[in-house]
Design a binder for this molecule. Structure first.
Ligand code: SAM
Length: 277
């Protein structure tokens, strides 16, 4: 009989996996599996991402599994069958995407093998399916090998690039829509022009951290230049959201699409005209 010995009928309903309760017959197996999991987590460490399995917390300080920057992308672009995630770190956002788009195929890219090893582990622990990881320097990566996508999720990556405009063009050639969270240059700090876009160069910190860039310098465009980059790449509709002041400058979310999107209550002014606070 299917499931025989696995469930026990009790008053109040069927209790599954009762034998994994303390002192149940499966308790030693459960303890052993949890110890193995702990060993695997430690072997892959140190971690930035915090996660929990059956009530036990593992990993670092970054609660990326509860990051609403990802869930808002899902609300904004509810129908996606192929998603590209760039700068996937240790796979927490990949896990959210995989759970929120359970039938979608996800390709997640990062420049650090150590991040990808953790990302593979984390997504497997959370039972994510249809996820492919790739080791790529996104400053130069040829994205054509990964096919076409409905959406590119780009959180915390653009501000690590020296030539964000070239990256955005390569993304636009493969993706219908783009969801960005990044830090930009405010108008008064713009001091240079790169590829025709205004902004400032940013000196990156230590390059040996999981969250960091892989080159010593990056370029932060102004909001107007960022929107111009997106328009030059072929995106025709933009929504700028959640602008806030962060230590390195204003940070914001931008949704953009190659096809016009119309949302209830959308403010109809041009993003360039918005005040950077
Ligand atoms: C600030 S973290 C952001 C991680 C995650 N997307 C988030 O928002 O929490 C930047 C990530 O991009 C990766 N990264 C930085 N520069 C990169 C590059 N040139 N190519 C690919 N990945 C890069 C880092 O390894 C890291 O995982």
């Amino acid at each position: 009989m299917r499931g025989r010995g696995r469930a026990k009928k009790r008053s109040g309903g069927v209790r599954f996996f009762w034998h994994f309760e303390p002192n149940g017959v499966g308790w030693p197996v459960f303890r052993q599996r949890m110890n193995e999991l702990k060993d695997q987590v430690e072997a892959l460490g140190p971690w930035v991402t915090r996660f929990s399995v059956l009530g036990t917390s593992y990993g670092g300080y970054y609660d990326a599994l509860n990051d609403d920057r990802v869930s808002r992308a899902v609300q904004f672009f509810p129908q996606c069958t192929r998603i590209l995630e760039v700068g996937c770190l240790e796979g927490a956002h990949t896990t959210i995407l995989s759970r929120m788009y359970p039938y979608a195929e996800i390709v997640a890219l990062d420049a650090r093998q150590s991040n990808l090893d953790k990302a593979r582990f984390l997504t497997s622990v959370y039972g994510c399916r249809r996820v492919t990881f790739g080791l790529e320097d996104l400053e130069t990566a040829d994205l054509a090998q990964y096919g076409c996508f409905d959406l590119c999720v780009c959180l915390g990556l653009l501000y690590h690039l020296v030539q964000p405009s070239a990256f955005i063009k390569r993304v636009a050639a493969r993706c219908d829509a783009l969801w960005i969270w990044t830090t930009i240059c405010d108008e008064v700090s713009a001091e240079t022009v790169v590829d025709g876009y205004r902004g400032r160069m940013y000196q990156e910190g230590p390059l040996d951290h999981a969250l960091s860039a892989i080159r010593p310098q990056s370029f932060f465009p102004t909001l107007g230049s960022l929107v111009q980059m997106l328009a030059d790449a072929g995106f025709c509709d933009f929504q700028v959201m959640n602008m806030e002041q962060t230590p390195n400058g204003p940070s914001l979310t931008i949704a953009c699409s190659k096809r016009p999107f119309r949302l209830p209550g959308r403010v109809g002014r041009q993003p360039e005209a918005m005040v950077v606070c």
